[in-house]
Design a protein around this ligand. Structure first.
Ligand code: NAD
Ligand code: IPM
Ligand code: MN
Length: 359
């Protein structure tokens, strides 16, 4: 079966890990008689900005809408364009325009990977962060008033709509109901953020009535951050507003050894629009250009893309190859420095693609 995939490498290590991701995807589709037709786009990058003084061409929406999915690296190069301009001019537009209201971010301690937390083994940490992805704290409602005076005031509203909150909660409850542990944790802060967060809690309570088999608990975000480190084994599905989900989805992968392996699926579950698959990490200017970025986040989100496109067996095969290579450890496999190895992005990408072909 053929699918058309828009590829947007973006900036920094996005441009380094995307080729490894495509190599692994092509190895997988070769094994399963599938065909992905990749089309590369240079927009949503600092280079595009330097040429055009904007992040996207005027017709980006109709261009991308024609694809079955978007395979995205990372965007952001703050020495050329301020982050809020590059991100609001690209990735955040994609999420909103294509109504990708769920951001699914699995967090798993993989075989062969050392957690910075003592005595944790594969199986101990395996949860799914379901992040609200189109509203909440990420809003463009607000502004500056009395600028330049001593009454200078800056407002930025959190927006929670009933439709927006309920649809991400329903998705998270469905995920929890379909997992063996049937446990859902809600991230809140209703003690301090006394308007939006009590509303979030109310909608969680209302939704839980429709899912009687799912055990529900909630933590304030500060305490939850601490429990991620102290008791990551407690968590199964964690549902959170946009900002809380953003923070938890960097913290979770840090507990599982490295941000470099964490994948992310920006999903439009209604399938009216293309979904977008990207690693959790950014463009990592501190290591960009050295060829040492871990490509596994990018490769794993390729597996999530295959699953989304209806090829669950191929998706599992690809993720299995990642696990096989990780399980060899840094002595036997060309793991990258964040995994205590000396391998390069390309070497690790080749090793995974080869494993896909032979397993
Ligand atoms: P970052 O995720 O780029 O980097 C954080 C740290 O993790 C750095 O030390 C980096 O070297 C390390 N790291 C990240 N990915 C890695 C990988 N694959 N292998 C090994 N190490 C890895 O976050 P940041 O530094 O806050 O942001 C840098 C830029 O990326 C900014 O412009 C930011 O806005 C942007 N950003 C974009 C996205 C995205 O496109 N989805 C996500 C996060 C940040
Ligand atoms: C992520 C990133 C983005 C976000 C930034 C770059 C706007 O951190 O995808 O997690 O906050 O959503
Ligand atoms: Mn983030």
């Amino acid at each position: 079966m053929n699918h058309r995939i828009a590829v947007i490498p973006g900036d920094g290590i996005g441009k380094e890990v995307v080729p490894a991701g495509i190599e692994a995807l092509e190895a997988t589709t070769g094994r399963f008689g599938l065909r992905l037709e990749f089309t590369d786009f240079g927009f949503a990058s600092a280079e595009y900005w330097q040429r055009h003084q904007r992040m996207l061409p005027a017709d980006w929406e109709e261009t991308l809408r024609a694809f079955d999915a978007i395979y995205f690296g990372a965007v952001g190069w703050p020495t050329v364009v301020p982050d809020h301009i590059s991100l609001w001019g690209s990735l955040l537009q994609f999420r909103r325009t294509f109504d990708q209201f769920v951001n699914l971010r699995p967090c798993r301690l993989m075989p062969g990977v050392r957690s910075p937390l003592a005595d944790r083994e594969p199986g101990d940490i395996d949860f799914l962060v379901v992040r609200e992805n189109t509203e909440g704290e990420y809003s463009s409602v607000g502004g500056r008033i009395f600028e330049g005076t001593d009454r200078e005031t800056v407002l930025q509203e959190t927006v929670m709509t009933r439709i927006g909150v309920d649809r991400v909660l329903r998705f998270a409850f469905e995920q929890a109901q379909n997992r063996p542990r049937q446990h859902l944790t809600s991230a809140t802060k209703s003690n301090g953020i006394a308007i939006s967060m009590p509303y979030w809690d109310e909608r969680v309570a209302a939704m839980s009535e429709r899912f009687p088999r799912v055990r529900v608990d909630k933590f304030h975000i500060d305490a939850l951050a601490a429990q991620f480190v102290l008791h990551p084994e407690w968590f199964d599905v964690v549902v959170a507003s946009n900002l809380f989900g953003d923070i938890l989805s960097d913290l979770g992968p840090a507990c599982t050894g490295t941000l470099g392996i964490a994948p992310s699926a920006n999903v439009n579950p209604d399938r009216h629009h293309p979904s977008l698959f990207e690693p959790v990490h950014g463009s990592a200017p501190d290591i960009a250009g050295q060829g040492i970025a871990n490509p596994i986040g990018q490769i794993w989100c390729g597996s999530m893309m295959l699953d989304h496109l209806g090829h669950s067996e191929a998706a599992a095969h690809l993720l299995g190859a990642v696990e096989d290579v990780l399980a060899l450890g840094p002595k036997e496999a060309p793991l990258t420095p964040d995994l205590h190895g000396t391998g390069t992005t390309a070497e690790l990408g080749h090793a995974i693609a080869e494993r896909v072909r032979e397993r």
